[in-house]
Design a protein around this ligand. Structure first.
Ligand SMILES: NC(=O)c1ccc[n+]([C@@H]2O[C@H](COP(=O)([O-])OP(=O)(O)OC[C@H]3O[C@@H](n4cnc5c(N)ncnc54)[C@H](O)[C@@H]3O)[C@@H](O)[C@H]2O)c1
Length: 243
């Protein structure tokens, strides 16, 4: 698996459940990693090897994005941008607070746009740039109490299509991945007990996804063989959204 050898992958939210699996998978596929998070991802970078680096970034801060991304681009190049970081808070639509709505949109939708725009010069230079945006089944179907989260992820799928259209001429493909519930520590708390069992019954394969399965989808979308896949929303949901 040296599919991504010689390429630099910038992964946001790298310290999280899916992000760590992404980091492991991309490193195993030969990529050099720029691990970006607002919490410290350097233990992960060190464990994976000396060629990988960790960077602190709060994705709520557009100026910090505009500062950091060119620094990473200059030091390491950027061939693959994985907009993985995300934020979710669930409330009945009528109870949602404005500050939670704005935070959700800023992290899940505005930040992937800002990251991609800042990375564009380096992705162009790459000649085989790839952008992968972590959306969700909640962006495809309506899920109760997911007004802000679902809207942000539906928006991200829309953003993916526009970037796919505008930047294909630069040799860059842009795709989304939409998982069902993924077995990360935090998701397992939110979907514990009867709520989780009910959710699993709605998934044709009868189980949640594993972080490694989401990483495998991202690695595929970044591979040479996926060069013709552009603007897609790859559902990694066991069939949940075909109902
Ligand atoms: N876990 C699931 O069930 C599931 C399902 C569908 C989609 N997703 C999506 O997959 C992605 C990864 O989710 P996860 O389950 O690993 O979540 P997680 O909460 O375990 O990790 C998210 C990471 O993003 C980082 N992050 C959050 N806000 C940030 C900010 N302002 N600046 C910088 N970093 C920030 C966090 O520090 C964390 O390391 C998210 O976009 C999420 O919406 C997750």
């Amino acid at each position: 698996m040296a599919e991504l050898k010689g390429l630099t992958a910038l992964i946001t939210g790298a310290a999280g459940g899916i992000g760590a699996a992404m980091a492991e998978g991309f490193a195993a596929a030969g990529a050099r990693l720029a691990l970006v998070d607002r919490v410290d991802a350097s233990p992960l970078a060190e464990r994976l090897g000396p060629e990988h680096r960790a960077f602190h970034l709060d994705l709520l801060d557009p100026a910090a994005i505009a500062d950091l991304v060119p620094r990473i681009g200059a030091e390491m190049g950027i061939d693959l941008l994985i907009n993985n970081a995300g934020f979710g808070i669930v409330f009945p639509a009528e109870e949602m607070r404005v500050e939670d709505w704005d935070r959700t949109m800023a992290i899940n939708l505005r930040a992937p746009w800002l990251m991609a725009a800042a990375a564009l010069p380096y992705l162009k230079r790459s000649g085989r740039g790839r952008i992968v945006n972590l959306a969700s089944q909640a962006g495809v179907i309506g899920l109760e109490e997911h007004a802000a989260y679902g809207s942000s992820k539906a928006g991200l799928i829309g953003l993916t299509k526009v970037m796919a259209l505008e930047w294909a001429k630069f040799g860059i493909t842009t795709n989304a991945i939409s998982p069902t519930v993924v077995e990360t520590p935090m998701a397992l708390v939110g979907w514990a007990g009867e709520k989780g069992e009910r959710a699993k019954r709605e998934i044709p394969v009868g189980r949640f996804a594993k972080p490694e399965e989401i990483a495998a989808a991202a690695i595929y979308l970044c591979s040479q063989g996926a060069g013709i896949v552009n603007g897609a929303n790859l559902t990694t949901d066991g069939g949940r959204t075909i109902r």
